[in-house]
Design a protein around this ligand. Structure first.
Ligand code: SF4
Ligand code: SF4
Length: 223
């Protein structure tokens, strides 16, 4: 899932400063699961902004709505009227949702109320941790299902650096060393010989860092 955090209220207040009729738009999928930008959070943010702007003596109207997914046209089309009747859409979705609104409704002014942070796993209640960095060439079959790109602080592909201590990463004694996890898992599976296989230098052009990515499924396309 995509994990995000709500921006500080002060930053959001600056974004809405020049607008009078603002739609706070929640998203019902990833950001709802991580308690950042769903219906409930949209309501709380709307109340906070109403109070904060009233205290500042500003006349603004904050409306709320939540769609199942802001990253799909069909859900945005269902609230077209709402989008068009507001000066600003304050999106509580990830960055994809914000850009989906911009592309579907080019005239709309849109601002992000959320900082999109990573692709993560809800490890336990109230704790999300990064699991994938969308590198575009998955090597999890070579690393016992532990991602060395997202979970090793140096994204090392061939074993640990010299900083690993007692199974923890040198960046933080609370963070497991990804290569220790890989080693332990390969050992438990009787696959330690895999550690001797060199993973070739990575082609980063397939990564999300290598430029905008596209997935085309010709079998699903209708044009
Ligand atoms: S190897 Fe790449 S695609 Fe696979 S989990 Fe790690 S970052 Fe994601
Ligand atoms: S200690 Fe382990 S996880 Fe941390 S940077 Fe070195 S190899 Fe990567």
């Amino acid at each position: 899932m995509i994990v995000g955090e709500q921006k500080p209220l002060e930053e959001i207040k600056e974004m809405v400063a020049d607008y009078e009729r603002i739609l706070i738009l929640g998203c019902g999928t990833c950001v709802t699961v991580c308690f950042t930008g769903g219906e409930k959070e949209a309501g709380i943010l709307a109340s906070a902004l109403r109070m904060a702007t009233k205290i500042d003596g500003q006349e603004k109207a904050f409306d709320e709505a939540t769609v199942q997914r802001q990253c799909e046209w069909e859900f945005l089309d269902a609230i077209e009227d709402k989008i068009k009747e507001h000066d600003l859409i304050l999106s509580m979705a990830c960055g994809i949702g914000v850009q989906a609104i911009v592309e579907r409704f080019p005239e709309a002014r849109v601002a992000p109320a959320v900082d999109t942070t990573f692709l993560g796993l809800p490890e336990e209640h109230g704790l999300w941790t990064e699991r994938c960095a969308a590198c575009g060439t998955c090597v999890l079959h070579l690393t016992a299902g532990i991602c060395p790109i997202a979970r090793c602080a140096k994204s090392l592909l061939n074993g640990p650096c010299g900083g690993s201590q007692n199974g923890k990463c040198e960046i933080d004694p609370e963070v497991p060393c990804a290569w220790q996890l890989i080693y332990d898992r390969l050992k438990a599976q009787g696959r330690l010989d895999q550690m001797l296989e060199i993973i070739p230098v990575k082609d980063w052009s397939t990564s999300r860092d290598g430029g905008p990515r596209k997935l085309v499924r010709e079998d699903l396309r209708t044009d």
